[in-house]
Design a protein around this ligand. Structure first.
Ligand code: BTN
Length: 329
């Protein structure tokens, strides 16, 4: 409990600094705003400094955040996060095996909806179809979002498509590049993968316990940082823009975009998300090859159904519904 109260103080402190937007706030004003003692404010400011924040202290003016840490930290992500619940509970660790695993444990421990697990490095990152996900230290965004939607389990794949739209928009807003979505949820720039999404569902036949959406985004890797087998097929935000990007800014943007879309989805259903997804989709209307567990299906991609299932019209005119596959163009 003591830990919980502390982190609430830290959250309020960060909100106050974000609101001040680089301006000064006196120790007393902070204490009043947060509802704690000046000593508690000072202790938390020391905590922020230890994390790499440069907090300037000037007599009769107070404190201001002059610089944020270069390394990714939970508090840096929180600074200026304007959501109601997505990312409001952040679980940040420097190294984990997989953020998916941590998020699952937290979900069993009654963590609130919107909890975001973020790591600077994963030692056993997982991709779709049991593939490994290369997650080196200090370069990418490796995170898992915990949701508890009140929707039938068969609709859960729609959330993957929603997440893909949220990531695409976040990259656009934060870095100024527009990714394309390859069905169902790979994000590509110039045909190379910049982000992958893995959705895992814990459910009974008629009820979802939790959905964990794992997002792996290449942000500041240079070509030499990728293993040989990925060099031709992967890219990063920095490789596309030519400059390093702030991972915390992209995460905050993602949280804001995801929350907006998720609330719209819960209120209005999948249709508006489908339209947005199609606006980013690569290859709809053109030829596509789907490698499924049951063989290869080739033809014209017609679009997605209201359930997010891909429709391919085979050369004989038959329309195939694709639930899971690797896609080539
Ligand atoms: C894919 O195969 O394209 C999906 C990759 C998903 C990787 C992310 S990184 C954060 C989260 N933790 C994991 O172990 N995997 C997902």
């Amino acid at each position: 409990m003591a830990g919980k109260v502390q982190s609430d103080i830290r959250k309020k402190l960060l909100d106050a600094f974000a609101e001040a937007d680089g301006g000064f706030l006196s120790g007393q004003a902070l204490a009043n705003l947060i509802g704690c003692s000046r000593t508690a404010v000072w202790k938390h400011i020391e905590g922020l400094r230890e994390e790499g924040f440069v907090v300037q202290a000037v007599k009769r003016k107070g404190y201001r955040i002059a610089e944020t840490p270069t390394a990714l930290t939970g508090d840096d992500i929180r600074l200026g996060l304007k959501t109601r619940f997505i990312g409001q509970s952040i679980f940040y660790r420097e190294t984990v095996d997989s953020t998916q695993k941590v998020a699952l444990l937290l979900s069993q421990d009654k963590a609130p909806e919107g909890t975001l697990v973020v790591a600077d490095e994963q030692t056993a990152g997982r991709g779709r179809m049991d593939r490994k996900w290369h997650s080196p230290k200090g370069t990418g965004i490796w995170m898992s979002l915990l949701l508890r939607p009140n929707i039938p389990p068969q609709k859960a794949p729609q959330l993957t498509l929603l997440a893909a739209v949220a990531v695409a928009t976040a990259i656009e807003e934060a870095a100024g590049i527009t990714p394309e979505i390859k069905w169902p949820n790979d994000l590509l720039v110039e045909g190379k993968k910049i982000t992958g999404i893995l959705t895992e569902l814990q459910a009974e036949s008629d009820r979802i316990h939790s959905v964990i959406i794992g997002i792996g985004m290449n942000v500041n890797q240079k070509i030499g940082d990728f293993p040989e087998e990925l060099k031709d097929i992967a890219t990063s935000v920095a490789m596309e823009t030519g400059s390093e990007a702030s991972r915390s800014k992209i995460i905050r943007e993602f949280c804001a975009q995801f929350e907006k879309l998720y609330l719209m989805y819960l209120e209005k259903g999948f249709y508006p998300i489908k339209l947005l997804w199609e606006s980013y989709a690569k290859g709809i209307g053109g030829r596509m090859r789907a490698r499924t567990y049951n063989g290869v299906i080739e033809g014209r991609a017609l679009g997605i159904t209201d359930d997010g299932v891909l429709e391919i019209e085979g050369d004989g005119g038959k329309v195939h519904l694709i639930y899971s596959a690797d896609i080539d163009f």
